[in-house]
Design a binder for this molecule. Structure first.
Ligand SMILES: CC(C)(COP(=O)(O)OP(=O)(O)OC[C@H]1O[C@@H](n2cnc3c(N)ncnc32)[C@H](O)[C@@H]1OP(=O)(O)O)[C@@H](O)C(=O)NCCC(=O)NCCS
Length: 192
């Protein structure tokens, strides 16, 4: 046997070689949100409040405020979907909320979608938004509106475009966060 053949046979298979770490598969289940999910929903949302301009909120949402919002969503039978991993950890959420309190707007909703930072860029946003749209359509809603920051929200804009949302408005410099002016892009999708 040649020396080089001997060496290659002694090499360990890739999964047993030192320093090779295997990433766990990204698995999740989508289900309706419950009251017990709210602390984790709040944790994810407040991460973006504190560290980004994708939301124009600049102070963390309180548990009481989120509970009030959740109560309104459930009272109106609107969809609120969460993604959880096999051990039950909440990875992200998406819900809709009435666009405007005036009665004639009752078929139009605004959508919200936020994933924990470790769960972005893996296709979960696409899965959650698809589920939210399906559920909103089944609930008889007609128009879905996404209000997206015009800076730092490229992933959200690309995701909504992929689902057929069309840009229907752009208000420049209506928000101010982290010492800079921000605008809002309106993207809408007909669910009919
Ligand atoms: C926006 C968000 C929900 C998208 O979900 P995601 O799981 O990261 O996106 P996906 O992996 O499903 O990607 C879907 C598509 O979005 C686009 N996209 C995703 N990440 C992107 C990025 N960083 N830049 C540009 N486009 C991006 C791509 O078109 C992608 O399709 P592709 O994978 O075929 O290229 C998620 O990134 C998130 O929660 N971000 C922070 C909070 C936020 O911005 N919420 C929206 C507020 S309006």
């Amino acid at each position: 046997m040649l020396e080089e053949e001997y060496i290659s046979r002694r090499r360990l298979p890739p999964h047993l070689q030192p320093g090779v770490t295997r990433e766990a598969p990204f698995e999740y289940e989508l289900r309706s949100a419950t009251l017990q999910d709210l602390p984790y929903v709040r944790e994810i949302y407040n991460h973006y409040v504190r560290n980004s301009s994708v939301t124009f909120d600049d102070s963390p949402i309180s548990h009481a405020e989120l509970r009030r919002k959740f109560a309104k969503i459930t009272e109106k039978n609107l969809p609120f979907v969460v993604a959880v991993n096999p051990s039950g950890q909440l990875l992200g959420f998406a819900y809709v909320f009435p666009w405007n309190q005036k009665a004639s707007y009752r078929h139009s909703v605004e959508n919200f979608i936020y994933l924990g930072p470790a769960s972005t860029g893996k296709g979960l946003g696409r899965a959650l938004l698809a589920e939210l749209i399906d559920r909103a359509r089944s609930a008889g809603l007609k128009e879905m509106i996404a209000v997206i920051a015009d800076k730092g929200a490229d992933a959200s804009i690309a995701l909504h475009k992929e689902f057929g949302f069309k840009e229907t408005g752009h208000m420049g410099k209506v928000g101010f966060k982290f010492d800079r002016w921000l605008g809002s892009i309106f993207m809408t999708k007909s669910l009919k």
